[in-house]
Design a protein. Sequence first.
Length: 484
Amino acid sequence: MFEECEGYLSNPSSLSAEAAGEILLGHRHIPVGMEMPARERALAQRPGDEYVDFIDDVGVAMTLLPQNVGERVRVARISALERAKAAICAAQAKEAYGLEQDIIARHEDEGIYTENPNRGAGAEVALARKVAQRLGSSFISYSKSMIEHMPYTYNALERGELNEDRAMLLVRETNKLDPGVRELIDREIAGERGALEGVGDKQLLARAKKEVLAFSNKTDMNNHADAMNKRRISVTPTPDGMMRVSGLLPVVQGVALKEGLAKAAAKRRSAEDKRTDAQVMADFVVECVTGQQLASRPPLSVEVVMTDRCLMVGDSEPAFIKGYGTVSAEYARWMITGDRTGPDGENEAEAWVRRLYTAPVSGQLVAMDSEARILPQKLKELISIRDQFCRTPYCDAPIRHYDHVYQVARGGKTTEVNGDGRCVRCNQTKETSGWEEFVILGPRHTILIKTPSGQMYRAMAPPLPGTPESPPPGSTDSVVITSL
């Protein structure tokens, strides 16, 4: 069943107490060499290209620049480094473009992914650039558009007349035009050497819009029509323990909403109510959307992860609110036990405590096993608390899929250890031919990702409250508080 994993150290002959505790949580596939330090492991993975060594040496050289120089030299260095940075961005775009062509050619030779021959290219680029997968695909698209249809923009980036952001701006503004029109606009804006020196973002955007509208008004009208379909409401956390609600509405709907909120605030606010009009409007929106009678008593569960010491003894270890992020210990205690009375004179929230125990040393949540093919809901909840975000490195997207790290078809089990949370894109990418993932030993739940190109990346679960980055010997209990 595990023939493809020959050479992996899955069952060491001797184990420490900590390692044995980890093994008891579930089977780990430990690739040989993963015990090497990160730098040595990266050196071992090098493809043997002399230019990779040269680029790394240039990066090292940048850290060794002499510092006993004057202002004039420093300004000259900053300018030279900016030109070099732009040239590096151009070279990186060319490599991303070439990587996609190589992957397409390999898939065509293998006769796979005929409907999507560039599958996996965006993920490779994203991991190499240390960004989320969606940004890898968009970077390839930007690189392809610029190299194939906007050569003058690309040359300006190589020379350092444009930085990467401004090059992307030009590509984005002309993205919906016919290739021939894009090439004409590219020549008009960036065709003359030095034409973009001293041009800022807003000036460049104005030039691009002027050229685009001169060729076609249809694109502008389509953009207005698309904007109608992009109406949305978003809810995002802020650093001060609040959630920001923002959105886009068509003018008619926006004006109607504004007037409706103003009328509701004037009607609902009593003389004894100390709330401002803005506060009444905010509460009114929450009550309308959730269907509750009082905005101060939310009917939805709010899960707070904190140590027992934090809740019972007054420890200062920060807590974690699922769906929001890290908050101070004092704020978490205030949420649960604070004196918060609403307009009806009752305490705003009811709370009950559910204890989740963490493993000794690692601070990892205790496993929940199941023989089911699909991860049970309670197991998903445990993984959601453990992972918090998509587990692919550099991807901070919300978790949408709960799946097996080591696939069931290859012998993977339905356990907490072999489960993880991913966004939709990352969970689909891991099924790409040549993409492999394993659970390995680490301070916390750790996944090893091996891409089709042979690169390896680690993805470690974030530390829960009461768990340091390098856990010392001992154990930590975590508590989940749910407010009803």
